[in-house]
Ligand binder design. Structure first.
Ligand code: C5P
Length: 407
């Protein structure tokens, strides 16, 4: 018995020379015990034929959204509903753009939009198309939507160029399918994780405020990872323009004082992670009306210190079992983080370098150092999603060590 026995895979074949490899993919999937249903895009029909694929898969190959008989036999919604997983191989730059933007103008894209099943894509395209900013933007958007990615591999391409763009081999695609279908362990099921994220906004008057450049990306990625590990996940977020990750409850706040109140309301929790870039100061007396220019010159703003949310909660009677702070530093990163660990009373500081040229603020990548009383761990540069996944796995492990597995 393999993990694929009894599973149904809906294979969507896009238009590209790599489409010929899907013959082997279908054969491999069948050998592993999966049933395979196939949709061909119009462009794919230029490279492979419904007849050859239908004889290999032993089933009908679907090609036309508006074929009435197909709709009666097995409509597009049904096609994606009956599958355990959808795999798009090869996925072209065009099809990825459609997926990223939710377009649905043919059978393939409609089935992809109509599904709530896991989706895996195996890109194949010219290296320049793959590296193009638009394609990379779409890849990131799809990853954020939970779409799995296998390949592309480096190598010589049909167009004569060399680089990243070759579709993953059928064996690699099957391995990726097996991995996606593996039952996920949920070590944080029954636990609660509270995360602060984004900037705070401290009003000066009804139209102006003090804020900062925090994008909220790292905090949102951590919330996603916590929810994926099964935690009841609450994200107390300042104003950002990010989608709320699946399974996460988001509580919108503006000021540091609101953030503290909303976070305190969510206690008790097992883990609290403070990624928010909280403004250190607020304007002591917010003007009731818009401040006007006057001959007397610019107004003087008197600032008052904001509450330190992390330090307050770390020292509260309701302290979560594990409290994690972030430290954005521009120099002596680890040294400052170690001081912060003690000052704030948390268990772990995730320190990162936010010098202007580091690309961390607003970017998708991060290089972090985990600073705790037992020492410092330097992690290599990785995406904010990877940092989030690794960090949550680590925190889940620490929690289970301290409390034992949940009931
Ligand atoms: O700004 P600072 O370097 O002190 O931030 C370190 C950590 O403290 C971060 O995790 C941040 O979210 C948290 N913090 C907070 N409330 C503040 C200031 C910082 O929770 N007022």
């Amino acid at each position: 018995m393999t993990l694929l026995a009894g599973k149904t895979v809906l294979l969507i074949i896009g238009g590209g020379i790599a489409a010929y490899k899907t013959h082997d993919l279908v054969r491999l999937l069948k050998t592993r015990g999966a049933s395979v249903r196939i949709i061909l895009t119009k462009a794919a029909e230029e490279f492979v034929t419904p007849l050859s694929l239908s004889s290999l898969s032993g089933g009908k190959v679907y090609t036309d959204l508006f074929s009435l008989t197909d709709e009666v036999e097995m409509g597009h919604i049904q096609l994606s509903r009956a599958a355990d997983l959808l795999v798009v191989a090869p996925v072209t730059a065009d099809l990825m753009a459609k997926m990223a933007h939710g377009l649905a103008d043919d059978l393939a894209s409609t089935a992809l939009l109509a599904t709530d099943k896991p989706v895996l894509i195996a890109p194949a395209m010219n290296v320049r198309m793959w590296r193009h900013r638009a394609t990379q933007r779409n890849v990131e958007a799809l990853k954020r939507d939970g779409v799995g990615l296998v390949g592309p591999n480096d190598g010589e391409m049909a167009c004569g160029e060399f680089g990243a763009g070759r579709m993953a081999e059928p064996g690699e695609i099957v391995d990726a399918i097996v991995d996606m279908l593996k039952p996920r362990t949920q070590p944080l099921a029954g636990r609660k994780v509270v995360i602060t994220a984004g900037p705070t906004r401290e009003p000066i008057d009804p139209v102006r405020f003090i804020s900062n450049h925090s994008s909220g990306k790292q905090g949102y990625a951590i919330a996603r990872a916590a929810a994926e590990l099964g935690a009841e996940t609450v994200l107390v977020s300042g104003p950002v323009s990010l989608a709320i990750p699946p399974g996460v409850q988001m509580i919108p706040v503006e000021t540091a004082e609101d953030m503290l109140a909303a976070t305190t309301d969510e206690l008790p929790a097992d883990i609290a992670i403070f990624t928010a870039a909280v403004a250190d100061w607020r304007v002591a007396a917010q003007a009731g009306q818009k401040l006007k220019k006057s001959a007397a010159g610019p107004p003087t703003l008197t600032l008052a210190e904001n509450p330190d949310i992390l330090a307050t909660i770390s020292r509260s009677g309701n302290r979560p079992e594990i409290v994690v702070g972030f430290a954005a530093e521009t120099e002596n990163v680890v040294e400052h983080a170690t001081q912060k660990l003690r000052k704030k009373g948390c268990d772990l500081i995730v320190a990162n370098d936010v010098r202007r040229d580091s690309g961390v603020l607003g970017g998708d990548r991060n290089t972090v150092h985990l600073v705790s009383e037992s020492g410092t761990e330097n992690w290599p540069e990785m995406s904010k999603d990877e940092v989030a996944g690794r960090l949550m796995e680590r925190l889940a492990g620490m929690l289970i060590k301290q409390q034992g597995p949940s009931g």
